[in-house]
Design a protein around this ligand. Structure first.
Ligand SMILES: Cc1cc2nc3c(=O)[nH]c(=O)nc-3n(C[C@H](O)[C@H](O)[C@H](O)COP(=O)(O)OP(=O)(O)OC[C@H]3O[C@@H](n4cnc5c(N)ncnc54)[C@H](O)[C@@H]3O)c2cc1C
Length: 496
């Protein structure tokens, strides 16, 4: 093993890594993918994802380039909307409070459509995300800006990308954890690994780090995100523990971005500590909260459930839940909206109580001040703007008046039995801080100089997300910059 050498080593086997491998391979170089996880747990968070890609598109005609076999009925019953580059840039800017690196934002947005098409050309297939990103109202679906996902969701994405790299002669090695970068006077020269308990060195002309953030590392979470984050549940892989970031910082790479920030969402109160593939493509997410009111242990609301469409609020609400007493809350629904709940609410492993009266429901909310909960519901009901129609698939402006914490859209009185409540806590998805890269995905040092032979993509890159996240952009981010990193590494390896 010690004599092995490659042109490009890619560390990780998630979406960013596999796009980097595919792109490097297009340069005709010899590529090795190192995956820390065993084969059955390969693919990192990408395998846990819904496979949803946010991209720029110009209505139905563009969608047909990705899904040529849309049925007449689907076309007739669906408003796919459109999503312009300006809207995507605007969402990224607004959501990150304009901290996002503007050059990286431009690349992410302007190369989004072309990169998702490139993935399709590698053999993957896409379908519309009915039910998740499009709700039906008066017989017609309407999408909110993010219509497509890979066939088979995240597992389908990773299986398809692994198949694509292997068909093109890339070697994928499992149980192979990168520990350190080999670094000499001319830059990065390879990787030190531990594979099945045995240490080895593998030489390469270039290395792409695409091995995730530090969400799976309880100690780093507490150190960088702050108190309480040690107790958050991890929505995805256990293998992203910050190795790539640590290795690069050790040779002088520059830390960048929102190190105290993370993508974190409403997640079932009794979900396991890490993501659980055994429940299949469905997961423990509880993202239908825009149709609920959310009460904490004190029996009070603490966030605007309808502040914006789900895709633009869910990634910051996990942190809000983490800050509540006992780190939990209950989402309360009445029967008027139960048909709108996602399928993740229907899994067997769910923390749910029901009641035929509000008194009965509230009496079953573990750990909640019951008297205050009933008072909050009754004050909320009195504040709903009854004159504004409820329209679930657009921001309907049906809010509340006079409440200290308003609900801005989709406000419905909670008054029609049966009632349902779901117990949730904070589930962390990925961390925002990481390495600084150039527009060519070169990792830079603290003097802004590229470290020769070192590239990075995906979650471990800092400078993209701050405070919040735009739904479906994580996979696009990994794919766009994975592709750029693979191209740069491939070119560097052949001396271009
Ligand atoms: C439940 C869930 C649902 C999601 N849904 C979506 C969605 O629908 N759309 C979207 O855009 N985003 C979604 N996301 C976010 C998205 O999954 C991530 O943003 C994206 O997958 C990150 O890709 P990545 O390649 O950077 O990291 P990952 O996919 O996590 O890959 C990292 C890889 O590195 C490996 N690794 C770690 N350390 C080492 C090491 N030392 N040596 C070798 N290998 C190592 C890991 O095993 C893994 O293979 C979701 C996330 C979760 C958890």
């Amino acid at each position: 093993m010690n004599n092995e050498s490659y042109d490009v080593i890619v560390v990780g086997a998630g979406n960013a890594a596999l796009c980097a491998a595919l792109s490097a391979q297009e340069r005709g170089v010899k590529v090795l993918v190192l995956e820390r996880a065993p084969q059955e747990h390969r693919g990192g968070n990408s395998a846990f994802s819904g496979g949803a890609f946010r991209m720029v598109y110009n209505g139905l005609e563009d969608i047909k380039r990705f899904v040529p076999d849309l049925s007449e009925e689907e076309i007739a019953n669906t408003d796919f909307s459109e999503y312009t580059a300006e809207q995507f840039l605007d969402d990224l800017g607004r959501i990150t409070q304009y901290h996002i690196d503007p050059d990286l934002a431009e690349i992410l947005v302007r190369r989004s459509t072309d990169t998702v098409l490139w993935i399709r050309q590698k053999g993957l297939r896409f379908v519309p995300m009915y039910g998740v990103n499009a709700l039906k109202h008066k017989g017609r679906f309407k999408f909110f800006a993010q219509p497509l996902q890979t066939v088979g969701g995240g597992p389908g994405l990773v299986d398809g990308e692994i198949k694509a790299v292997e068909q093109r002669g890339v070697t994928v090695r499992y149980n192979a954890r990168a520990k350190e970068l080999l670094y000499g006077p001319d830059g990065v020269e390879g990787v030190q690994i531990v594979a099945n308990g045995v240490e080895a060195e593998i030489r390469a002309r270039a290395v792409v780090l695409a091995c995730g953030g530090f969400e799976g590392n309880r100690e780093w979470r507490t150190r960088y995100l702050g108190p309480g984050w040690d107790l958050a549940k991890v929505r995805g892989t256990r293998y992203n523990t910050g190795d790539g970031i640590r290795m690069a910082l050790k040779i002088g790479a520059q830390p960048c971005g929102n190190w105290s920030g993370a993508h974190a969402t409403d997640w079932d109160l009794n979900a396991p500590e890490y993501g659980d593939m055994s429940i299949g493509k469905i997961n423990y997410g509880k993202h239908s909260y825009p149709f609920s009111i959310v009460l904490n242990a004190n029996g009070v609301r603490f966030l605007d459930e309808g502040a914006d469409i789900r895709n633009l609020t869910y990634a910051k609400y996990g942190q809000a839940i983490l800050a509540q007493p006992g780190q939990f809350c209950w989402q309360i629904f009445d029967s008027k909206v139960l048909h709108l709940l996602r399928e993740t609410y229907r899994i067997k492993q769910v923390t749910k109580v029901t009641g035929n009266t509000l008194n009965e429901l509230v009496s079953k909310l573990d750990g909640v001040n019951k008297e205050q909960a009933l008072k909050t519901i009754s004050e909320f009901n009195a504040a709903v703007m009854q004159g504004v129609p409820f329209i679930p698939n657009v921001k309907d402006g049906r809010g509340t008046t006079g409440l200290t914490i308003p609900k801005s859209n989709w406000a419905q009185t909670i008054d029609t039995p049966p009632f349902e409540a779901y117990g949730v806590t904070c589930g962390i998805t990925f961390t925002f801080g990481g390495l600084k890269i150039t527009t060519k995905a070169e990792v830079v040092d603290t003097e802004e100089k590229p470290i020769p032979g070192l590239y990075a993509a995906g979650e471990l890159v800092g400078g993209i997300y701050y405070f919040n996240y735009v739904g479906g952009s994580g996979l696009t981010n990994g794919a766009v910059f994975g592709r750029v990193a693979g191209e740069s590494a491939g070119r560097y390896a052949v001396g271009q």
